[in-house]
Design a binder for this molecule. Structure first.
Ligand SMILES: NC(=O)c1ccc[n+]([C@@H]2O[C@H](COP(=O)([O-])OP(=O)(O)OC[C@H]3O[C@@H](n4cnc5c(N)ncnc54)[C@H](OP(=O)(O)O)[C@@H]3O)[C@@H](O)[C@H]2O)c1
Length: 308
């Protein structure tokens, strides 16, 4: 048996709790891991609310929270040849087994070996935010000296996207609340506070001819208010609001395979981006970690850690 954090019905924070479950058994192509760190992502709450039931195949209850994590391989299922017991790995858990859990199973195809240079915490931060940053930037077609606007730069995906953009030679402008200014400016990003006046006017003053690319991480009215700042709407991407298509832009869903995980890990090892973990809490404080991210205004990445 191992301890997990999940829910027996859809709802808000009132439905999530701890309970025990038998250790899952790795099926064909899967690996069983002992978690050392789990990333907390906004999708975890969207799944708990019941709004994204198709994402993990309309699973039965109870459901376990978390789709990203890092840990050590305890057992391998039939057909797994690329991982062995004891390997340190990280990846996506897309079968509903969860990562707010002492143990879990994941498909070997959605996992990668953790480089020795990366901590389990940093590796657990890669799957959702890191690969989304990579895919958003790969989705833009920009010259080397281009300027990109990141709407919602202070969160877990925004800070990584900003650093990766700079590593590509791009000039970055980012939006957020006043509290995000110190961390964003420490990266060399030009910061625009949405609490200091009209965002569109502020960005226009910085880039009178418009920006070459725009990555939206907020959606809704916020996305619509800045969309006109991009010179060519084909260089407008949102990872959060499919209505971006109505504005001439594109919705990007991150890739889930090993190659994206490995690419982001290599960038971290090379110092091209950090994981930007703002808060790391032990598993018995999982509810606090969820609350921080569910606020919609967290800084960087929030991680849950497990005893070795
Ligand atoms: N499609 C995909 O594959 C994919 C992948 C990753 C993420 N996403 C989605 O993308 C969104 C962002 O993800 P995330 O991981 O970065 O979330 P996050 O860590 O919660 O960060 C969101 C950030 O946006 C800021 N923000 C909120 N309202 C804003 C506004 N009006 N203008 C500017 N900034 C604002 C928040 O703080 P402040 O307001 O204090 O600045 C916060 O720092 C989420 O909806 C997530 O579900 C989708």
């Amino acid at each position: 048996m191992s301890r997990v954090f999940g829910y027996h019905s859809f709802g808000g924070p009132e439905v999530h709790t701890y309970f025990d479950r038998p250790d899952p058994q790795p099926q064909d192509g899967e690996i069983l891991i002992k978690l050392r760190a789990a990333g907390v992502a906004r999708i975890d709450m969207a799944l708990r609310s019941g709004h994204l039931q198709a994402f993990n195949g309309h699973l039965p209850f109870p459901q376990i929270m978390g789709i990203e994590g890092a840990g050590d391989v305890l057992a391998t299922g039939a057909g797994v040849t690329d991982f062995r017991v004891g390997d340190a790995v990280f990846g996506f858990v897309l079968n509903g087994a969860g990562t707010y859990a002492e143990t879990t199973v994941l498909s070997a195809a959605n996992a990668a070996r953790k480089p020795d240079e990366l901590s389990y915490e940093n590796a657990a931060a890669i799957p959702v935010s890191g690969t989304s940053a990579l895919d958003a930037l790969d989705g833009l077609d920009l010259p080397d000296d281009a300027t990109v606007l990141i709407n919602g730069v202070g969160g877990s995906t925004g800070l990584v996207t900003a650093e990766m953009a700079q590593a590509r030679g791009l000039t970055v402008i980012g939006t957020g609340s006043d509290g995000k200014r110190p961390v964003v400016e420490s990266l060399g990003v030009t910061f625009v506070s949405y609490q200091a006046g009209d965002v569109s006017e502020q960005v226009h003053a910085l880039a009178p001819a418009g920006v070459d690319g725009l990555i939206d991480l907020v959606g809704g009215e916020s996305m619509r208010s800045v969309a006109g700042l991009v010179k060519d709407a084909r260089q407008l991407i949102s990872v959060t609001d499919e209505a971006v298509g109505e504005l001439g832009g594109r919705f990007v869903v991150r890739r889930l395979d090993r190659s994206g995980l490995e690419k982001v890990a290599a960038l971290m090892v090379a110092g091209k981006t950090g994981a930007h973990i703002s808060r790391s809490v032990p598993f018995d404080q999982a509810a606090d970690a969820v609350a921080a991210v569910e606020s919609g205004h967290s800084t960087g990445k929030v991680i849950i850690t497990f005893a070795a």
